[in-house]
Ligand binder design. Structure first.
Ligand code: AMP
Ligand code: MG
Length: 461
């Protein structure tokens, strides 16, 4: 069943139409070209779980493509969505990963080098797979009736706090409240992405879930060295629209497209514009709190802490600094006042890709930043061990490093799935040190810098 070869009697598989803005431009109708929904299960407490196969073959929306997926991209979706869940990031989940026994032809970098790859299917799970683009499509066709039916369906089934028992007959204010909630959830999700260093890679509006869940694990990547300008997606190499540092703004841009889509249901611009401010407010408030948590500051204090945060984020890209390791190491910085500078900075050294570059201005600026940081921590007076505990609960040790995922793919391609399973197990407790698994938390090795799949990805999957 989970490889698309059988259904249960109660299942009525379907594929859904949707549209979307891709790289800033309206792309018209897209639709589930290789996703097939099997149906949903409803648990005793009312939670809905839609089961959807990705890569089980063509649908009415496949156009000229094959509707299939390869093992490489399926491993990436499976491991990353589970990793995100256990990191506390809102996301679709993965229930199963199955190889199909078929070979699938893919040109990984669209550069005239097609190869046969192992076919695979992921069964993914979410309350629904309704996207921003699902609502944009009827709006683009001027189909107000369908737009309203779809919005009412979504609200009554998935936003009970707004539906309040109703299944229709919603007013403009209800649609605005719904939009405000979606904007809020989207902002919260992207704050989490910025916290863990996740770069989605292709934030088109057809890849934005109406539930505020991370969806569509394609050419995503994880920040290794902290670089806000980085995108893993080679298709986006030129303009880097979806680079790490642009994600917050793109989230807002996408919400604006959703506002446009549901405008016919509201009939006025101002309430939607005002609701869109929710995105900015929630993002700014949550982001500041999140950065305070990453630094181990319990009570954020106005401008002073804002500057402390921003100065650190300006400092980090000055030499190659592993984001994940840096924040873990920061928890080990001591607030003792009688340490010499070398001893004080020592915990951070392991986060630099080339410790020899940690000299001159960068070293001086780091010492100066640490002066302020430590003074700030002393003011709060929390014991170092307590501070470390709180920091280590928001700064993961294990993320799905790009090269580690690729190692798991290489072994799976050779018929051995054991690394996938070990990684999955490791990523289930990403904030906890796990003796014997230190290798999954190591900085990107030199060979991975130029290896396809480790530093460069495309939408080909
Ligand atoms: P994505 O880049 O995965 O968000 O896909 C963009 C659009 O292309 C969606 O409508 C997908 O369903 C469709 N698509 C991607 N890969 C395939 C495929 N192998 N076969 C059919 N449709 C596809
Ligand atoms: Mg997509």
């Amino acid at each position: 069943m989970f490889s698309g070869n059988a259904t249960l009697a109660a299942m009525e598989p379907y594929a859904m139409a949707y549209g979307g803005h891709q790289f800033g431009h309206w792309a018209g109708q897209l639709g589930d070209g290789r996703a097939i929904a099997l149906g949903e299960t409803v648990t005793d407490n009312g939670a809905r779980h839609m089961l959807q196969l990705k890569g089980a073959g063509p649908t009415p929306y496949s156009r000229r493509a094959d509707g299939l997926a390869v093992l490489r991209s399926s491993v990436r979706e499976f491991l990353c969505s589970e990793a995100m869940h256990h990191l506390g990031v809102p996301t679709t989940r993965a229930l199963s990963l199955t190889t199909t026994g078929d070979q699938v032809m893919r040109d990984m970098f669209y550069d005239g080098h097609p190869e046969w790859e192992t076919g695979a299917v992921v069964c993914r799970v979410a309350p629904s797979f309704i996207r921003f683009g699902t609502l944009e499509l009827p709006m683009s066709r001027d189909d107000g009736e369908l737009l309203q039916a779809l919005a009412d369906h979504t609200i009554s089934l998935h936003f009970p706090e707004i539906a309040d028992g109703r299944t229709g007959g919603f007013e403009a204010a209800d649609y605005v409240a719904w939009f405000r909630e979606v904007s809020k959830r989207t902002a919260e999700m992207i704050v989490h992405w910025q916290r863990v260093g996740f770069v989605h890679g292709v934030m088109n509006t057809d890849n934005m879930s109406i539930h505020g869940l991370t969806i569509d694990y394609g050419p995503y990547g994880w920040l290794e060295d902290y670089n806000p300008g980085w995108t893993p997606n080679t298709t986006d190499r030129e303009y880097k629209r979806y680079r790490f540092g642009a994600q917050p703004h793109i989230g807002q841009w996408n919400c604006t497209q959703l506002a446009n889509a549901i405008y016919p249901l509201v009939g006025e611009v101002e309430p939607l514009q005002e609701a869109l401010e929710t995105y900015v407010d929630v993002f700014n408030t949550d982001w500041r709190r999140m950065m305070g948590d990453k630094l181990g500051i319990a009570e954020l204090d106005g401008e002073r802490d804002t500057e402390l945060i921003h100065d650190l984020l300006e400092l980090l890209p000055k030499i190659e600094t592993d984001m994940t390791l840096f924040f873990r190491a920061l928890a080990n910085v001591s607030t003792d006042d009688d340490l010499d500078l070398d001893t004080r900075v020592a915990p951070l050294l392991g986060a630099y890709y080339d410790p020899d570059t940690f000299t001159g201005d960068v070293r001086a600026e780091t010492d100066a930043w640490l002066d302020r940081y430590i003074a700030r921590l002393r003011e709060e007076g929390r014991a170092d061990a307590n501070r470390a505990k709180v920091m280590n609960a928001v700064n993961p040790l294990f993320v799905l490093r790009n090269y580690v995922a690729q190692l798991a793919i290489d072994e799976a391609d050779n018929g051995d799935p054991s690394l996938i399973l070990e990684l999955l197990d490791t990523l289930r407790t990403p904030y906890t040190e796990q003796p014997g698994r230190e290798r999954f938390a190591e900085k990107r090795p030199e060979w991975a810098r130029v290896r396809p799949g480790c530093s460069m990805l495309s939408c080909s999957s």
